[in-house]
Design a protein around this ligand. Structure first.
Ligand code: DC
Length: 223
């Protein structure tokens, strides 16, 4: 059976990673969470105390090694060999990730690594620019979206499950701010590839969405 590249892009908190993981498992493919890579860079920037300082951030890049490791809880991202998964899923790191992701040199640094990861195909990669920049030739491109209020509710739950005590209005503002930054930055702004299939999952259950996407995948590999 031929192996393909599945590119999943979309707004933050659309459930991209959930569906990407499920599809990768269904297909027997490798899953790559590119948001985790930007978050790992953001964490490094935070630790180095250079947030907001573009030149220092760029100077930090050659010192960073971003890899993935498989653990019982799934795939974890490592920063210079340290499993940093427990530190990268906070609102603070998410916001900083969105800021460092606007720097061209950071994008170039990570896009190169992402392209290498997809060389052998058989990969499901999610992010903001996978179908447009990283793999414009991907055989299957999905663009996930949902209403901002629905995404804020989902993010709220996720944060609560991690023991944080978020305020809904702040989470909604964060979702809207992040959408704005991700779609308005000069470098690879989030946009839908012309040949992407749009999936608005605001009113879909996870099962409905998965079976729809599995059909799209099956159609694609049998084409
Ligand atoms: O998907 P996420 O929330 O983990 O991503 C964190 C930030 O990284 C997000 O605000 C935008 C950025 N990002 C990006 O610019 N390009 C990608 N391919 C993935 C994430």
């Amino acid at each position: 059976m031929r192996k393909i590249i599945v590119a999943i892009d979309g707004y933050s908190s659309c459930g991209k990673s959930t569906v990407a993981k499920q599809l990768a498992q269904y297909a027997g493919y490798t899953y790559v969470d590119t948001g985790a890579m930007y978050r790992a860079v953001a964490l490094a920037v935070n630790r180095a105390g250079v947030a907001g300082q573009k030149e220092q951030i760029i100077a930090l890049l050659p010192k960073l090694s971003i890899t993935f490791t498989q653990s019982a809880g799934g795939q974890h991202v490592c920063l210079n060999g340290e499993d940093v998964e427990p530190f990268i899923r906070t609102l603070e790191v998410g916001n900083l990730a969105s800021q460092v992701a606007a720097i061209g040199e950071v994008r170039h640094f990570l896009v190169q690594q992402q392209q290498e990861l997809g060389q052998a195909k058989g990969i499901v990669m999610d992010g903001r620019d996978i179908g447009t920049v990283v793999f414009p030739e991907a055989e299957l491109k999905l663009f996930l979206t949902a209403r901002p209020e629905v995404r804020a509710e989902r993010r709220l739950k996720e944060l609560q499950e991690k023991g944080e005590q978020p305020v809904y209005e702040e989470v909604l503002r964060d979702v809207n701010d992040r959408d704005y930054r991700d779609t308005h930055r000069a470098e690879s702004p989030l946009r839908q590839a012309q040949d992407a299939i749009v999936v608005d999952n605001s009113d879909m259950t996870k099962d409905e969405q998965l079976s729809y996407i599995q059909h799209l995948f099956d159609d694609c590999i049998n084409r």
